[in-house]
Design a protein around this ligand. Structure first.
Ligand code: ADP
Length: 302
């Protein structure tokens, strides 16, 4: 199974170019679409979910034209939108049952089995009769995944699912996504690098509607080894370092400012080589220091 996006562009009527000639091939497995707020992630997700049209370009899932054969895609699609609204006074069971009916599960017994199985899978079975209004953010997102998985979809799109979740809920949500299965395409759109680092075997970075990087996280991390340098500085020195070096990130660590700099060679003796991680890849890409697609064949990394 393969999702192929070619030359997809979208400009909104207010003039914002939300997608600019995006071409991307997404194999089965977990795919991370990473980018800051406003990058165009939701626009791309909504387009793939058949909820809005692109101006130009194509998108196909195997031999199905996503942009034209919308009914066919919808039968294969599970979608958790960014702003997933719930009816607060309805129980988890009743709403999932209702969604299942809308998905075409008309047989009462089969529907009950499907709903029960999903409530177990998302760890919500014990609260199935509670009103959704009383659910925590994490429970709501797990419910969102339960409804997205109804009807055994082949293509699952989750848009910014972990924003606002506390660390424990995020881990639980990650585990749930990781269990969905390698034979489906799961696209996870997020601005949180750790989501991709934890879960995805393929990824892309978009910014201002442009695809700036794609590949396998491990290969991309490999690509920056030996090029990320770190040191502590005084906070007041930050502007100087920003001017003199390719500074890709700065953060407070134990009350001190730790900077990461991108350079082919050690900038000076005060810097130490850092173990580059996916965050360094992301910030390097955002700074325009890293681009393109890793040449490794696309394969699942165990
Ligand atoms: P992301 O999901 O990465 O935050 P979006 O796809 O939501 O990005 O938005 C990309 C850009 O398009 C942003 O500048 C946003 O303000 C703009 N945008 C999104 N939706 C609309 C819309 N319906 N009309 C006009 N501009 C929009």
């Amino acid at each position: 199974m393969e999702l192929r996006i070619q030359h997809l562009s979208k400009r909104y009527s207010n003039g914002v170019q939300a997608l600019n000639d995006i071409s991307l091939t997404i194999p089965a497995g977990m795919f991370g679409l990473l980018g800051p707020n406003g990058a165009g992630k939701s626009t791309l997700m909504r387009t793939l979910a058949t909820l809005q049209d692109a101006d130009t370009g194509t998108a196909t899932l195997d031999n199905i034209n996503i942009l034209e054969q919308k009914d066919q895609i919808r039968r294969l699609l599970g979608y958790l939108p960014q702003d997933f609204g719930l009816y607060p006074k309805v129980s988890a069971y009743d709403l999932l049952d209702h969604f299942a009916l809308l998905k075409g599960l008309v047989n009462r017994q089969q529907r009950k089995e499907a709903v029960d199985a999903l409530l177990h899978q998302t760890n919500l079975y014990s609260v199935k009769n509670k009103h959704l209004g009383g659910f925590s953010g994490g429970m709501r997102q797990r419910f969102g995944i339960a409804q997205a998985l109804l009807g055994d979809p082949r293509l699952i799109i989750v848009d910014e699912p972990t924003a606002g979740l506390d660390p424990e809920e995020r881990v639980r949500f990650h585990n749930l996504l990781a269990d969905i299965g390698a034979e489906k395409i799961v696209i996870l759109s997020t601005h949180i690098v750790e989501d991709v680092a934890d879960l995805c075997n393929n990824m892309a970075v978009i910014n201002k509607g442009n695809l700036i990087l794609s590949g396998q996280p491990l290969a991309l991390i490999e690509q920056i080894q030996g090029k990320i340098w770190q040191r502590f500085i005084e906070k007041a020195e930050l502007p100087t370092y920003q001017q003199e070096y390719q500074l890709i990130s700065s953060r407070l660590t134990s009350g001190r400012t730790l900077i990461h700099v991108y350079a082919d060679e050690k900038p000076d003796h005060s810097f130490k080589l850092a173990q580059g991680n996916l965050e360094d890849v992301y910030f390097s890409a955002m700074a325009g220091l890293l681009s393109g697609t890793t040449a490794l064949p696309v394969q699942r990394i165990a």
